[in-house]
Ligand binder design. Structure first.
Ligand code: ADP
Length: 453
């Protein structure tokens, strides 16, 4: 991991006798200090050096020791110590007696450089240390050359001092750890209490939500039941009403028939009134029946590919008869080709007729217009008029059954047309929306998927 040494070593020394171990240790620490290693690291590399030196003295009879500075591939600098044994290493290998040695340095290995086998160790120089330029290295060498090796006794004293300092540090770290442990236990207790409190609150909230849901379920079951019984009532009553009303119309027609006994003018007028009232009533009954049928889901669309052009032609024809006001024009635009759509022609016709009929009913001047447009995979049908318009807050209400805008010109009707139209559009897989403002007319838009629901 380190580059080959280019510069001469910072320091060289020989290991031959036991006392040299102390000297190597002390000099190693000095080199480490000079190149800028921190105090802890100085002691670490010095300890590793003395351990390895002791091993080599016993196994190989000594070594030549040298110190170097290398640039690492990581861009950082390393202090390297090479110990070249004076006789070959047994099996060419080196195994430190103490396993802790390799943990004291960054690398510890046996390398062969230019045929010479060395035990090599290195320790990284902190980034904060001065750059080891060639000038700095020269200074290091001079500095190391100046200091003379101390005696073994001196070194022993220094080592003892270091040992005591290390022990002190271990003790203070242990005390710090105990304090930290206490703090951690305290924090844990707090967190646990908070957790318990939150769990309780959550359970409380959950119980509330569950109760709320139960209440909602009950309410929606009640609503469903009410709506079903309303539909059943409407269907039954309408059905029962239809027969007598049809009978009244038939009888009225018979009375005014030319083959029947002649009526006085007044009688004829009154029979005419009975007939037209009965016809209105039949209209209402039929609408009620339609709506009840749609609500109970008994209407099944008859899906088919529908050409809009004949349908529009038919609407144009039948509604022209209703556009009786002189100042109101009915316009049914030709749909753009290809005017094909998969839907139920009868139901779609009913919806559009209903909307156009409303437009004609409520518009006193201007225009009622039907326009179809294709947008991607949808068709939109716009029925717009220049009538009185509808206030935004009533846009939802007019789709409610029997709702009619209060104060609007009384033009007849039941308030059932729009809810029915919306039901049908939903059955066809589409939507029915309204854009309107008082005084600006209304636009009802039916949007249907091209391919059916
Ligand atoms: P009906 O027309 O039988 O009264 P609808 O359900 O079709 O019932 O319409 C409900 C109400 O919405 C109408 O009574 C009317 O007040 C209002 N409305 C519907 N269409 C229009 C329109 N084109 N312009 C203004 N008001 C409308």
């Amino acid at each position: 991991m380190t580059a080959e040494p280019a510069a001469p070593p910072l320091l060289q020394m020989a290991l031959r006798v036991e006392q040299d171990i102390f000297v190597i240790r002390q000099r190693g620490r000095e080199v480490a200090a000079v190149v800028g290693l921190e105090h802890q690291d100085q002691v670490r590399i010095a300890t590793a050096l003395s351990e390895v030196a002791r091993d080599l003295l016993w196994t190989t009879g000594g070594a030549d020791v040298s110190f170097h500075i290398d640039a690492g591939v990581d861009g950082r600098f390393y202090l390297r110590a090479d110990l070249a044994p004076v006789t070959p290493l047994p099996d060419g290998r080196y195994e430190p007696q103490s396993g802790a040695v390799s943990r004291l340095v960054d690398t510890l290995s046996v390398s062969t450089v230019e045929g010479v086998t060395v035990v090599r160790m290195s320790r990284r120089v902190p980034a904060s240390a001065p750059m080891p330029t060639p000038e700095r290295l020269a200074e290091f060498r001079t500095e190391l050359g100046r200091t003379a090796p101390a005696s073994a006794l001196d070194e022993l004293t220094v080592q003892n001092g270091q040992l005591i300092a290390a022990l002190d540090e271990v003790r203070s770290q242990r005390d710090e750890l105990a304090v930290l442990n206490d703090e951690l236990a305290e924090t844990n207790r707090g967190v646990l209490a908070l957790y318990n409190q939150l769990t309780e609150e959550l359970e409380e909230t959950n119980r509330g939500v569950v109760a709320l849901y139960a209440e909602l379920d009950e309410k929606s079951a009640q609503l469903r039941a009410a709506s079903e019984s309303k539909s059943r009532f409407l269907a039954n009553v309408s059905h029962e009403l239809r027969a007598p009303v049809t009978a009244i119309i038939g009888l009225g027609r018979l009375l005014s028939d030319s083959s029947s006994d002649p009526l006085t003018a007044e009688q004829a007028r009154q029979v005419g009134l009975i007939r037209s009232s009965a016809e209105d009533l039949l209209g209402l009954v039929n609408e009620l029946l339609d709506l009840a049928k749609a609500e109970s889901g008994r209407i099944e669309p008859d899906w088919a590919d529908v050409d809009l052009r004949p349908l529009f032609g038919q609407l144009r024809g039948t509604l022209r008869a209703l556009a009786t006001r002189p100042g109101v024009e009915l316009v049914v635009d030709e749909p753009p080709a290809p005017a094909l759509l998969r839907t139920d022609e009868v139901l779609l016709g009913q919806v559009l007729r209903n909307l156009l009929h409303n437009g004609l009913k409520f518009t006193e001047r201007g225009q009622v217009r039907l326009r179809a447009q294709r947008h991607g995979d949808r068709w939109s049908f716009e029925v717009s008029d220049t009538g009185p318009g509808i206030a935004p807050e009533l846009h939802d209400r007019i789709f409610e059954e029997f709702y009619q805008v209060p104060g609007a010109t009384r033009v007849g009707g039941t308030g059932l047309g729009l809810p029915y139209a919306r039901r049908l559009v939903t059955l066809l897989g589409g939507t029915l929306e309204l854009a309107s403002e008082p005084g600006r007319g209304s636009t009802f838009t039916v949007s249907l998927p091209t391919g059916g629901a």
